[in-house]
Design a protein around this ligand. Sequence first.
Ligand code: E4P
Length: 217
Amino acid sequence: MKFFIDTANLAQIKEAQDLGILDGVTTNPSLMAKEGITGTNNILKHYVAICNIVDGDVSAEVIATDFEGMVREGEALADLHPQIVVKIPMIKDGIKAIKYFSDHGIKTNCTLVFSVGQALLAAKAGASYVSPFIGRLDDVCTDGLNLIDEIRLVYDNYGYETEILAASVRHTMHIVECAKLGADVITAPLSAIEGLLKHPLTDSGLATFLADYKKGN
Ligand code: E4P
């Protein structure tokens, strides 16, 4: 399973990259705003800064909601750096744009996916990644993980190559459950990724080993 970090924070991206387990980054307009990155030029520069830290795909989202605008913005984003993946919302013109980019060899991430039908359309259009938002489904009392399971089934039925990128991951167990269900990628905050490290028996076991070593030396 690939690990992406879901942030526009350069320090956190570097920390995950230094851990040696990072395969990519996802951003969205809210995450850019959270870091205080505003204005087209600053946003574009920030994407390049992210690409220069991480070895892997970096999702950069279009703001336009019409086909021509998405194509224009997406082509400009893709020109920024070879690691850029154009992130396109799951709307009618978005599907047309995904098909356009797929035909032109530009990678896409279909975002804001909340149903298996939407995921099926994204795959038909040739999306490189589909992003089901599991945490936001959980927020409205709907089983987000079940959506991962259903998309896996449908994609495997037909051999779609679109990678399932579990998004809106809120905690460590989401990552573990997505791995069990066969998600190709998870994108998560650094805290959820670092949660995978933790076990009290590891801490107490290590403390004992170190104490016993000291006794004999
Ligand atoms: C995915 O690409 C999105 O950036 C993200 O996972 C959304 O997560 P949220 O629901 O925590 O905002």
